[in-house]
Design a protein around this ligand. Structure first.
Ligand code: PGA
Length: 249
């Protein structure tokens, strides 16, 4: 059976006090989340240790990191490794977000190494893929995504856990959301590509991200091959995030 997953990506937002308020509001609503939906909060690193204590008793709300390094330890000033995340109880990590790729120069090869480092220690990566507007305008969106998926995941063994988030770069933080048809078409394609690597990967969770909000969530998340979402801006308010979660009921 396929999972239903909703991820909040707070990015570099919220001071400690603001993060506390948002977390408390979300926890107050934990019981109102639709049955069967897994909610994952990707908070800034510095809040994870404290928040993991608040969520570790909850069945359907957990935490994720937004990034990690591809080595487990060493002289990499300012970096955090998958084994460090694991050691504080964080078992999910976003990898290869387009902001990391575009603003911090992460190549497909770096993304691949991060994915391997995560699965090696039992951290589930959420691999982000997605084309730029120029790719789509040139009719190359499938080729781009195919390359990203295969480079990042081909070396994994079939039992290793991961999720994929399809996030067209032109839709991230722009208010320009993919249509349900565009999302469905790409998700079906990604599912097919995953099953070419290992047949049983056909059921892996594939999330949509890019300008999701409480008005467009339902038609997107109702698409056959869309298993949930990765939400940035609209996850910064508890009300809007909870409303998005309720679109799964
Ligand atoms: P957005 O961000 O919802 O603000 O477009 C999504 C993401 O980058 O994960």
């Amino acid at each position: 059976m396929r999972r239903k997953v909703l991820v909040a990506n707070w990015k570099m937002n919220k001071t400690a006090g603001e993060a506390q308020v948002l977390m408390s509001q979300l926890l107050e609503n934990a019981d109102a989340l639709p049955a069967g939906l897994e909610v994952i909060l990707a908070c800034p690193y510095i809040y994870l240790r404290e928040f993991v204590r608040k969520t570790d008793q909850l069945e359907r709300m957990s935490l994720a990191a937004q990034n990690c390094h591809y080595e487990q330890k060493g002289a990499f000033t300012g970096e955090i490794s998958p084994s460090m995340l694991k050691s504080i109880g964080i078992t999910i990590c976003i990898v290869g977000h387009s902001e990391r790729r575009v603003l911090f120069g992460e190549s497909d090869d770096v993304v691949k190494r991060k994915i391997s480092a995560c699965v090696h220690v039992g951290v589930t990566p959420i691999l982000c893929v997605g084309e730029h507007l120029e790719d789509r305008e040139a009719g190359k969106e499938f080729l781009t995504v195919q390359h990203q998926v295969h480079t990042a995941l081909s070396a994994l063994e079939q039992q290793q856990q991961f999720m994929v988030a399809y996030e067209p770069v032109w839709a991230i933080g722009t208010g320009r959301v993919a249509s349900p048809e565009q999302a469905q078409e790409m998700h079906a394609f990604i599912r097919q590509e995953l099953s070419k690597i290992h047949t049983n990967w056909i059921d892996r969770a594939i999330l949509y991200g890019g300008s999701c909000n409480d008005s467009n969530a339902y038609p997107l998340f109702s698409c056959k091959d869309v298993d949930g979402g990765l939400v940035g801006t609209a996850s910064l308010s508890a009300n809007s995030f909870i409303r998005i979660a309720q679109s799964f009921s």
